[in-house]
Design a protein around this ligand. Sequence first.
Ligand code: SF4
Length: 721
Amino acid sequence: RIAELPTSTAGHTHCPYCALQCAMTVNPGAGRAPAQVSPAWFPTNRGGLCRKGWTAAELLDHPDRITTPLVRVGGELEPCDWDTALERVADGIRRAQATGGPDGVAVFGGGGLTNEKAYQLGKFTRLALGSRLIDYNGRWCMSSAAAAANLSFGLDRGLPFPVTDLSHARAVLLIGANPADTMPPFLQHLDGAAAAGGLVVADPRLTATARRALDGGGVHLRLRPGTDASLLMGLLHLVVVGGHLDPSYIDARTSGFDEAWGHAAAWLPERTERVTGVSVAQLERTVAMLAEGRRGHGDPACSDPACSDRNRDARGGSYVLTARGAEQHADGSSVVGAAIALALALGLPGRPGSGYGTLTGQGNGQGGREHGQKADQLPGYRSITDPAARAHVADVWGVDPAELPGPGLSAFELLDSLGAPEGPSAMLVHASNPVVSAPDADRVVARLRALDTLVVADFVLSETAALADVVLPVTQWAEEEGTLTNLEGRVLRRRRTVTPPAGARDELWIWNELARRLDRGPERFPVDPRAVFDELARASAGGPADYSAIDWDRLDAGEALHWPCGIDSPGGTPRLFLDRFATPDGRARFALDGVRPPAEPPDAEFPLLGTTGRLLAHYQSGAQTRRVTELAAAEPRMWVQAHPVVARAAGLDDGDPAQVVSRRGSVRAVVRCDEDMRTDTVFLPFHFGGDGRANRLTLPELDPRSRMPEFKVCAVRLEAA
Ligand code: SF4
């Protein structure tokens, strides 16, 4: 039975994993009894949890938990006290900066850090270390969607409307999204569209979400991997020639349509079918469904009690939603630009009950990119090259703007510079496991090994921590206080419900200690998360992601506060763009590029398209979920999904051990034959370690705008192991 708890209840917190941030209570357990999770009601999950959420408490007292610092001695990691470990880190920083200057040290963060930690990590890097070299794993998550939204709307907030708005939609086009596996409770918000036969899923695989669409009479667009932009151009073409444009909306609220049509005009349905493998009939049906679905948008009188007052205007409508399948490409920002253009042509964004959005992945994927751990940004989602932004943040930090370093390197470029003659010789890694999650992962391992000092803060010995010179054991979700920002831009409280193990420390304490040992003004790095939030809110004031009217008391009282929430919008902004977009002229821009083919097409040596993705049982690099008994039992080892014809051509059958090979490396995996797979494609989940790391195959070709790597397509061959 699901408890319907207000968000202010003690013990009430949110799941440690994905950006849906399902609500739960954590019972710490009496005596030696383990902690237990119970679901709680919250608008995004409405009492639902997936199996990852249900089992999240197991990691709190897992036998693999690191509870004492480790330092490398004679090639082995050995336990030590905190003083020894932190001195070793400080020595490594001093050594690296003595030879390499401030940029002799690099920092790599993560989208799982709380808002307070994401903020403090950026500040620590730029002020205490004086380094410009910070980036984070969110660069590989949805940076291309962020770049495209900034270009078209002038602002990036994953969903610019509450998740609950989707419940009233009549048509939803999901491009490269499989929420049935990645965030199952989200699916209930698509039930209305699915029941109306209006759910369309564009995905090279027949995923659980695509099956849901078909079961409701919807559509599965089984496109060839890497042809997302072509598909969207073809759909845009059909909107125009089919008479489905919304001319008054385009005139009043957008710019650049004529130029966009200059790109889309050539994408005739037959050409789109030839390139993508999606039939003309399916393309036409998709456009008709989206056009028909929007008939309801803007209708008043939603009576759903789960909706806020503003949701009462959000009935009906059509949505275009993207996720990593569309975004993790070397043309990812162009793909998302095309998805936004399709939505604009139909007149959807900025209208109650319709819109475009991206489904953020990591738990704090949204907040993680707003507070300054990104190479090109300062807190408040401000550009680090904007003189006014630099002056504002420098004022909050009490320094001269000239003291703030400039932009650094994007995540892969940063890792690729490690250990080079002019590159950093020390790096701090927080909340990330790039040995598994970086593209061309073996190249990254070589770079990490070239460092003089690698420091990893984690609560288990991840694959990256296993390479470190110093491992710092840190607290985890149910042991910390702070805030996160979910996929709809709503700021949430994470609450401490369990006492951390004696040897673990909070990252805020670690950065304060390092600043003290380096004599870099430890008083500038408070350890109280509430004090950090208050400073973060001031630093964000007037910026795109304005938190300045938010405080913990309001959050603890259960207020639903979506940013921007500042002097002009003290009640928060659940829906963005209702009156104007955030561009200088208030209009949304059609921002289409030409279509770029995948960077590495198949050839005689590597004849198949390799694509990667997620499983229901695991999260990100799997460092956490592979250690949870039930999840490990459900998905214990790496596998590769292939059509039986493809497997047989390699002399393989279902269950056989196989090897998948690309120009960069090879992966060991068990074959899973599936009649529904395309015969030109194999699929690999990316959650496994060792020789099952899918990213040994992937390509570090980067999107020019966002620096997103080409995770979703590379040329491979399948062979017997
Ligand atoms: Fe909810 Fe995501 Fe956690 Fe699953 S992993 S319980 S969908 S927040």
